[in-house]
Each structure stands twice: as C-alpha cells, then as structure tokens.
Design a protein around this ligand. Structure first.
Ligand code: PLP
Ligand code: COI
Length: 341
C-alpha cells in the first residue's frame, strides 16, 4: 500500500484530516451499526447537550508500524473499558467494548496510508469520542448520542522531543475530590485551558496539579500522569482517585517490574518529597514518557539530578522498553498488541 506524501519525521502533535472516520448513533435506546464516512463534519442542533452542558468524553490511543512492517494498536481494550467508565459517570450509554475495538480496527485499516512508516518517530493517533447530540435546555443528560473515531498522524506531543521539560506548580486545581478527575471527560480539559495558556505565557511546558483538598500531594499534569524514580531506582507513581488511570503508566509499571526488575510503588506522593527523587517523567499516550528536568514552585526550583539535557537513565530504559514493545522490537505481554490484519 502506498503511503501518503507526508513529512513524517517533522510532524508535530497536530490534526491532519485523514480519509475515513467511524460513526455510530444512539437513538431510541440503541446504537446504530457503525459506518465509515469521508465526511469530517458534524451537523447538530444549536441546543445540543454537548454544546450547552459539555456532555462529552473521549479516548486517545495509537497505531504503530512495527519493525517487520505490521500495523498494530496498543491495548485498545483498556481504552474501551475506560470510555465505558467515563460514560457511566457522565450519564451516557456505554458503547459496547468489543464494538469499540472493531471501530478502532476499521479506522486504522481504512487509513492505513496515514500510518507513519517504521523508524520515522511518528505514529497514528486515534481519537474515539462520544457526545450528547439532541437539544437539551434544562440541565439533564441527552438521550441521543454519537460515538465516533477519527485518526491523525502525529509526532511528539512536546516540541523538542526528548528534551527535559520545565513544569509549573499550578495555582489552579484540576479535579475535586469525588469529582470527574478519574474519567476522560472534555470538561476536565476545558477547565485546564486557562491554566495551560498561563503556564505557556510564563515560559513553562506544562502544569503540575496538586490535590485540591490539601495541596500537599502530587496529582498529574493536564494530559499525563507522573512517574518518579528514587535515588535507589524504585519507580514511584501517585495514587489518587482524582487522576486519570493512564494506560501508559499502568503499562510502564509492569515494564519496570517484569522487564527491568525494578521495584514499583503506586502510592500518595507528597510534594515535599520531590526534592529527593532522582528522575521525573510524564507518561501518557501522547506524551509517551517525556522527561521532566525542573519543577517551578512560586520562586523555588526543584532540579532533578538527571538534568536539563537528556532523560535520566531509568526513564530512558522505561522509554526504550515500552516503545520496543509497541514497535515490535521486544516481545509484548499477552494481549497488549492488536495486529490489524
Ligand atoms: N492524564 C491525563 C489528564 C490525560 O489526558 C492522559 C491522556 O490520555 C493521561 C493521563 C495518560 O493516559 P494514557 O496513558 O491512557 O494515554
Ligand atoms: C492522550 O495522551 O491521548 C491524551 O488524550 C492527552 C492529550 C493531552 C492529548
């Protein structure tokens, strides 16, 4: 199959319209058979629930070209599960998990020419999402919905690729206790836009959000979970009911334990501990593992010993092993890789 004429090596994390996307509609209590369409636009009522009350949830996952030329997707079943959890919290109908995986498969197959070639550093980012589409004016859930999946080829999420990031401790909160931080709802990102624009204006790459109740514990950034490495090589990640259960983070904890033989800990991480860690990284589908060199907290700086030039050694091993599994250079744990036939 002939690939599209795209400068794969120089892609950023942006939207490029691809050939086909998947659409299924929920009307009268049933999901329609999904179809692929070339139409990249959506027409709906001015009073659609998504437009008035932000009833929308989404997912993010990637397709890769492996070393031996296959196209694969990484753990789509976990994204299906997480979307179902998001739907339950947002009073939306669950899109069946097997159908989610089929939809992803169909979109990747239909856009195979957009899956970046092996070795370019680019990947195909898939964006499944669901929203309430019928008119609603009193505050209540919609009763008609659309589930869609589109895809776009992407490069690194952070400009500068693997260069360590500088993160700001945000003055804003991301998620309340007992709120919606643990699901992937558009509203969690809407409220972060002012915080991210503010951080960028001040010259920072991202925000570190602390727990809203006590502001003593590390939560996550706007789009990734944190991983820390202790001076004796233990991998530590924050445990909280108000952060997104990152599939990348869960995978990396397995990689650390089973592939690298490292001790791992998922526990509350106090901000006051950060000065004692050796390495810090952000992990997520878009971020993969992006190293953090420095955290800025109201005039005080925490500089990790790994520095501002390159990834720390443990972060680098985690990165190499995870991407090795995703790109078919290393054997994957059972069920992690779905080959698109
Ligand atoms: N945290 C937030 C707020 C995110 O938006 C994401 C991205 O999906 C992640 C963490 C990482 O999750 P995952 O590894 O499943 O992509
Ligand atoms: C992802 O990593 O898939 C996300 O949704 C994060 C977003 C900031 C792009």
């Amino acid at each position: 199959m002939e690939k599209k004429n795209i400068d794969w090596e120089n892609l950023g994390f942006g939207y490029i319209k691809t050939d086909k996307r998947y659409v299924s509609k929920y009307v009268d209590g049933k999901w329609s058979d999904g179809v692929l369409t070339e139409d990249d636009t959506i027409t709906m009522s001015e009073c659609a629930c998504v437009l008035q009350y932000a009833q929308t949830i989404f997912e993010g996952l990637k397709a890769y070209t492996t070393q031996d030329g296959k196209i694969v997707v990484f753990r789509p079943d976990l994204n299906a599960q997480r979307l179902a959890n998001s739907a339950r919290r947002m009073e939306m109908p669950v899109f069946p998990e097997e159908k989610f995986v089929e939809a992803v498969e169909q979109v990747v197959k239909a856009n195979a020419a957009f899956v970046p070639p092996y070795g370019t550093g680019a990947t195909l980012y898939l964006r499944p999402y669901m929203f309430g589409s019928n008119p609603v004016i009193g505050v209540k859930p919609a009763d008609e919905f659309e589930f869609r999946v589109f895809c776009t080829p992407v490069g690194p999420y952070f400009k500068g690729g693997a260069k360590p990031l500088t993160i700001k401790v945000s003055d804003f909160d991301r998620a309340a206790p007992h709120g919606t931080g643990f699901i992937k709802a558009g509203l969690n990102y809407a409220m972060s836009l002012h915080a991210i624009v503010t951080a960028h204006k001040e010259g920072f790459d991202e925000n570190m959000y602390l727990d809203a109740a006590t502001r003593t514990k590390v939560e996550e950034t706007g789009g990734a979970n944190f991983l820390f490495v202790t001076k004796d090589n233990k991998v530590v990640t924050p445990k909280s009911d108000s952060i997104l259960p990152s599939i990348t983070r869960r995978s990396l904890m397995t990689v650390a334990k089973d592939y690298l033989g490292l001790e791992v800990e998922e526990r509350e991480v106090y901000f006051s501990e950060l000065k004692d860690f050796a390495e810090c990284g952000l992990c997520g589908t878009a971020a993969v593992i992006s190293p953090v060199g420095k955290i800025y907290d109201h005039g005080n700086e925490i500089c990790f010993p790994s520095g501002m030039e390159k990834m720390g050694p443990v972060t680098q091993k985690l990165y190499d092993t995870l991407t090795g599994i995703q790109m078919g250079r290393l054997e994957a744990p059972e069920g992690w890789i779905k080959v698109i036939e």
